[in-house]
Design a protein around this ligand. Structure first.
Ligand SMILES: [Zn+2]
Ligand SMILES: [Zn+2]
Length: 478
């Protein structure tokens, strides 16, 4: 197979069933027992929600494969031998301005930089764990792979040695075919003296040692081949072959022709290792209003998936209004939309997580199946999302809030008071204009002519509050 045939490895479709079928066929062609789907990241800083798209895409394909009973795994390959760059450093101090002194680590691999908070082995591991927590909250559970460990894994020693032995040949091929320079060679050793990986020049490979010269500190030495990594286009070949990857999505800059890394790494994989490179799709970043917090903090998984999977070939920009529209479309099993649920939960004055209360919330707001063992955790998670959505997304003029029972203004009119007490008691009221009851209730409860689903609110009022309301209403009637 020549590079010309690689064109078809870029799947153009945005239909997930089609993509999955193609990935499946590709894996079969390679006689693989299971389908391997890969994602990549460098956790040099706190990973923001706009970088989560590829994980949701790959997870979607994995879900389809699971439905088809096809064994598969999702890999998260963390490029932990990548150095802390200026750009990463900027993101790091944007996240925590106390870390300004970390500029001294610029150029050092993130697996060799200490954890800023002293709780992990390295900076890379700290933010890796943060990312994993976020992915788990989206029900994504990838196999975690650290690139610095791939290089140290004896299983891949032969593969890495093969590349180092043919270093000059491959380097020359990249120059002639792709006009790619690499004046410092294809392998970046970690300098034994200053610890930096960015400034070393590869000299040669002999007796499984890499000989290098560091342009930063002047150190000239040799080191084990696993104390360093290949430049990206070759490193990509290593991670594909080492993990037998069948599919990996890439952003546009990896897919430009002719020498975007995907195409070059594919060519090298085939030409030198007879390895059929993974299929890919082109994805783009998500952009959202900077004033918004990360969407995973206030949206349920289903809305996140919807936002992230839609038009993944394009850069999606979404703002408050787009998110509110989606929140009105998504409904819980109870039939209540996420928007309504957040209004109900946001305006209730009791933030009470007693089990019986949670059951009530589930019954009237969410309506999840009760046979789920994690039902209460699920309810609390959804309450938290709904509360966060209420705080961040609902405009203040739409917000209604019952902070305490005395916030409820009782009607002055005796007839209305009687009517309300009967409604609270759960009596069925026959009134010609049904809307009048609601308008009345909203005025009473929220001092506004509108509000969230009123019967749900009434049903969720804890009985002692309901009783106290009825007592207050009836005190002068009786
Ligand atoms: Zn830590
Ligand atoms: Zn050095």
């Amino acid at each position: 197979m020549g590079i010309q045939n690689l064109e078809s490895n870029l799947i153009k479709s945005d239909d997930f069933n089609r993509i999955t079928m193609q990935v499946c066929q590709h894996s079969k062609l390679k006689n693989n027992k299971l389908v391997t789907l890969a994602t990549g990241i460098t956790t040099a800083y706190n990973i923001a929600d706009n970088q989560l798209r590829e994980f949701l895409i790959v997870n979607k394909i994995s879900k389809i494969l699971n439905e088809m009973n096809i064994e598969n795994k999702v890999l998260l390959i963390n490029d932990t031998y990548d150095p802390l760059t200026e750009r990463y450093f900027e993101r790091l101090i944007k996240f925590d301005s106390n870390l300004k002194n970390f500029n001294k680590f610029i150029g050092i691999p993130i697996s060799n930089i200490p954890c800023p908070y002293g709780c992990h082995n390295s900076l890379g591991e700290h933010f890796h764990n943060g990312l994993i927590k976020k992915l788990n909250s989206l029900e994504i559970y990838p196999v975690e792979i650290f690139s610095h460990k791939i290089y140290k894994d004896k299983t891949f020693q032969n593969l890495i040695e093969q590349i180092l032995i043919r270093h000059d040949e491959i380097k020359n091929y990249l120059k002639v075919k792709y006009n790619l320079g690499y004046s410092d060679g294809l392998f970046k050793a970690i300098c034994k003296k200053c610890g930096k990986i960015v400034a070393t020049k590869f000299k040669f490979f002999k007796n499984i040692k890499v000989y290098y010269k560091c342009k930063n500190c002047g150190n000239e030495s040799k080191t084990s081949y696993f104390n360093g990594k290949f430049t990206w286009r070759i490193d990509c070949v290593v991670r594909w072959i080492a993990n037998n990857v069948d599919f990996e999505p890439f952003y546009k800059n990896y897919l430009t022709k002719p020498n975007g890394s995907y195409w070059v790494s594919s060519d090298i994989s085939l030409k030198y290792f007879n390895f059929l490179p993974p299929l890919t799709i082109q994805i783009e970043y998500l952009r959202y209003d900077k004033k918004l917090t990360n969407p995973t903090q206030f949206l349920p998984i289903q809305i996140i998936e919807n936002l992230y999977l839609e038009n993944f070939h394009r850069t999606n920009r979404f703002n408050r209004y787009a998110i509110i529209a989606k929140s009105k479309n998504f409904r819980y099993p109870s039939g209540i939309s996420f928007y309504q649920a957040s209004m109900i939960i946001g305006c209730l004055f009791l933030k009470n997580y007693e089990k019986t209360y949670l059951e009530k919330i589930n019954q009237f707001v969410f309506g999840f199946e009760k046979n789920n063992t994690n039902i209460f955790r699920k309810i609390i998670k959804n309450i938290t999302l709904a509360q966060n959505f209420y705080e961040t997304m609902i405009p203040s003029n739409k917000k209604v809030r019952l902070n305490k029972i005395s916030d409820i203004k009782l009607p002055k009119n005796k007839k209305d008071r009687l009517l309300l007490s009967r409604i609270l008691r759960g009596e069925k009221i026959k009134i010609r204009e049904k809307n009048r009851i609601f308008t009345l209730l909203y005025k009473i409860l929220f001092n506004k002519p509108f509000g969230p689903a009123i019967d749900t609110i009434l049903n969720l009022l804890p009985s002692k509050y309901k009783d106290s309301l009825i007592n207050r209403l009836c005190s002068d009637i009786l």
